[in-house]
Design a binder for this molecule. Structure first.
Ligand code: M6R
Length: 616
């Protein structure tokens, strides 16, 4: 949520900052801005809309300075206006700041500062922060051997309640940036004769792969040749330097039109990466390196609790189904946003899990902290290496699918499904799953990438189906057992990128209410597969047909469906239950993508959304 970039070095700061902001645009795209230290003072360019608008605006300002900060915004306090765009400059013109997060006591800070003669131009909480830094800066001795800017930021943060990732510069401290984090990610990039800071590695990976992940409560001071980390209350601390293992190419569009398209088609490779090295030598179970639990400790667990938000919550639901089905251990699933407040009683031997692509979703992070506070061991399934959730969890499993840029989650979701299925296998094999069932299960999972490839070859057909359904305003998605969460996911995908109202239900629930929606104006997508649910799903489809509803069936290859029952047929290969949810997801991703394209929607940056939600 919101993107931050800062640069100090020998080269012009603005081109790098603008390039970085483009890479971060998926984090927020209401407005963007850049501030650069110039010989004559500070130069500032801000514009509502996309970074492309800012680029045009910045060109008018001839930004040549070598130290600057930039921001792309997802509005929280104050509307989408040029004035509310970041950076914000203090009313004395001394300090510029960019900020992610929410300053909860900004009202009282503002009242205090108004009394001291500071003025305000925006409706944002951030401006109060910038003015408070300027207030302390003015009182700070100019030359006592310490950084005046660092000291004033430190003093300011002692009075601030809420969450922040900030980068600050002062007009009379050339080449110096000060940053701090509490609740919003910041990563330092260490270069040759230049240092960088960003809210996401994708903005800096083109310049350096050496990074420091700032922790909550830490500040950093950057100059072109040096950096130092300290805390809000104390002196310097030893930094831990990490190396990013992927290159900038992984975050490029390549030959694709949209990131969402690229990420849908990357799924076979993403699944291969997620499972690599994670099967036992005898080929009958899964193995995970980072759980930080011995098999004996794992064996003691008699209940699991999974929490997440959005698409990742759907992955929890599928995982619940598979663990209960194959390992026969009870699983509970909750929305992270609810769990964090509802003080749920947890069974004593519960192992707590969160699932999060970004590892920064604030509700999921808070749920993890709540479980840990209660003394539970809390693990994470997470994609972004070094994220807050990855660092705070007691252990976990990285998804290893590379950067996911499209706001609508695709490859991260199917890899979460895969890892959930592997977790079910791991637990099942510790309990009653036989060696030969384990072997079959592993073979099935290894075959998943090829099955997904097969479904992807139907993209042309699904595109043609999409063209016939892009004009509808409502749609239902219906599935049973492990495909009920995929129905939810199909509905979410369609809603978020095409703005068609859609809802997912267990197919049999339809007759308890949603059936009232059915008419020739509300089509339904049904998942219909071989097995015990086949005839029951067919009955639900008949009920829709009887009410003139159109039906798109996503059905197992070779199934004999009653003649004339479905209007459209998309087939998926017959496969193991553990792989079915993965394979069944691909058609709904493609359907949503092509419908959104037909409707002229911006699929990678849907309205009102941001890739990772770091505010409540
Ligand atoms: O980064 P996370 O997995 O924690 O994100 C959770 C949700 O915000 C996310 O899945 C959201 O629902 C996506 N836009 C879905 O496509």
């Amino acid at each position: 949520m919101c993107g931050i970039v800062g640069y100090t070095g020998k080269q012009k700061a603005a081109p790098f900052i603008l390039e970085g902001l483009k890479r971060l645009e998926y984090r927020g795209y209401d407005s963007a801005g850049v501030a650069v230290q110039e010989k004559g003072g500070l130069k500032l360019a801000k514009k509502t809309g996309r970074v492309a608008n800012l680029e045009q605006e910045a060109a008018k300002h001839r930004l040549t300075g070598t130290c600057g900060i930039g921001h792309t915004r997802w509005a929280t306090h104050g509307g989408v206006t040029d004035a509310n765009a970041h950076p914000h400059v203090s009313s004395d013109g001394q300090i510029a700041v960019v900020h992610n997060g929410v300053i909860e006591n900004f009202d009282s800070i503002k009242k205090f500062l108004l009394g001291k003669g500071f003025t305000f131009r925006s409706e944002t909480d951030t401006e109060a922060l910038g003015n408070l830094i300027a207030y302390h800066y003015a009182k700070e001795p100019a030359a006592n051997g310490e950084s005046r800017l660092l000291n004033s930021v430190r003093k300011t943060l002692r009075h601030v309640e809420g969450t922040y990732g900030i980068v600050v510069l002062s007009i009379d401290s050339p080449g110096e940036l000060v940053c701090a984090r509490r609740g919003s990610p910041l990563i330092l990039g260490l270069g040759e004769g230049e240092n960088l800071v960003a809210s996401d590695v994708s903005a800096i990976v083109s310049r350096t792969q050496s990074v420091v992940y700032l922790k909550d409560g830490e500040l950093a001071r950057l100059t072109p040749v040096d950096f130092a980390i300290s805390t809000v209350n104390e002196g310097e601390i030893e930094p831990v330097i990490d190396q990013i293992t992927w290159s900038i190419d992984a975050a490029d569009l390549g030959t694709h039109t949209h990131y969402m398209e690229k990420e849908i088609f990357e799924q076979p490779a993403a699944l291969e990466n997620a499972m690599r090295g994670r099967f036992s030598e005898d080929g009958s179970t899964a193995q995970f390196g980072g759980l930080n639990l011995t098999p004996a400790e794992f064996r003691q667990v008699d209940r699991f609790m999974f929490c997440a938000c959005g698409t990742a919550w759907h992955a929890c639901l599928v995982t619940e189904h598979l663990i209960e089905r194959f390992a026969r251990v009870p699983v509970e699933v909750d929305y992270a946003s609810e769990f964090r407040y509802r003080n749920a009683p947890l069974h004593p031997h519960t192992l707590f899990f969160v699932i999060s692509q970004s590892g920064e979703t604030i509700d999921t992070l808070a749920a993890l902290r709540e479980a840990k506070r209660k003394g539970y061991r809390a693990l994470a399934i997470n994609n972004v290496v070094g994220s807050s959730i990855a660092r705070e969890a007691d252990g976990g499993i990285y998804q290893h699918v590379g950067p996911e840029i499209g706001v609508a989650s695709t490859k991260a979701f199917t890899s979460q499904l895969l890892l959930g299925a592997m977790m079910a296998l791991y637990i099942g094999r510790m309990r009653d799953m036989s060696f030969s069932d384990g072997l079959n299960y592993v073979q099935a999972l290894k075959g998943a990438p090829d099955l997904v490839r097969r479904v992807l070859t139907q993209a042309g057909h699904i595109k043609a189906v999409a063209a016939r359904y892009a004009g509808y305003n409502d749609m239902l998605f219906l599935g049973r057992l492990s495909l009920f969460p995929i129905a939810l996911e199909g509905a979410l995908k369609l809603k978020e990128i095409s703005y068609i109202h859609a809802a997912g239900y267990p197919a049999a629930e339809m007759k308890h209410g949603p059936i009232a929606m059915i008419s020739e104006r509300c089509p339904s997508v049904f998942f219909v597969t071989k097995g015990e649910m086949f005839s029951k799903v067919i009955s639900s489809m008949q009920e829709v047909k009887a009410r003139h509803g159109r039906i798109i069936a996503i059905a197992t290859e070779g199934l004999e469906l009653p003649a004339g029952l479905c209007d459209e047929l998309i087939t998926i290969p017959d496969c193991h239950e553990a792989v079915l949810p993965i394979v069944a997801t691909i058609p709904v991703q493609l359907l949503s993508y092509y419908i959104a394209l037909e409707r002229g929607c911006d699929v990678d940056k849907p309205r009102n959304l941001a890739k990772s939600v770091t505010v409540e």
